[in-house]
Design a protein around this ligand. Structure first.
Ligand code: TYC
Length: 105
């Protein structure tokens, strides 16, 4: 068996690939104030679609009522999109103008 020339060493170091991992972006689901949607309906929406208890839901509803906008929760994109459309569909099906939207967190 022939010996390798010292400069022709076939051993090699394999560097483990370390692909840059990025966390999937999160999205804030936002509720907007309006003059017509009843407060109790907004509380119901927060309880039903964001699993809030009555006290928490009331607090968020009042925040939105007073400040114009508020965060209902933070979710991965597909979950946020589903919540936004469920809330808007539900509000529309009850003839309320309540608006739910989302933005990157
Ligand atoms: N401003 C509404 C009212 O006075 C209540 C309300 C709160 C509406 C929050 C929308 O996202 C909202 N009836």
């Amino acid at each position: 068996m022939s010996k390798l020339h010292p400069q022709d060493d076939h051993e090699s170091v394999v560097q483990a690939a370390r692909p840059k991992l990025r966390r999937p972006p999160l999205f804030k689901v936002l509720l907007l104030n309006d003059d017509y949607t009843p407060m109790e309906f907004v509380v119901l929406v927060l309880e039903r679609f964001f699993a809030m208890n009555h006290e928490n839901a009331t607090q968020i509803m009042l925040h939105v009522h007073q400040r114009g906008i508020g965060v209902c929760g933070v979710f991965p994109k597909d979950i946020a999109e589903t919540k936004v459309s469920r809330v808007n569909d539900y509000a529309r099906s009850h003839q309320h103008p309540l608006m739910c939207t989302m933005e990157e967190a």
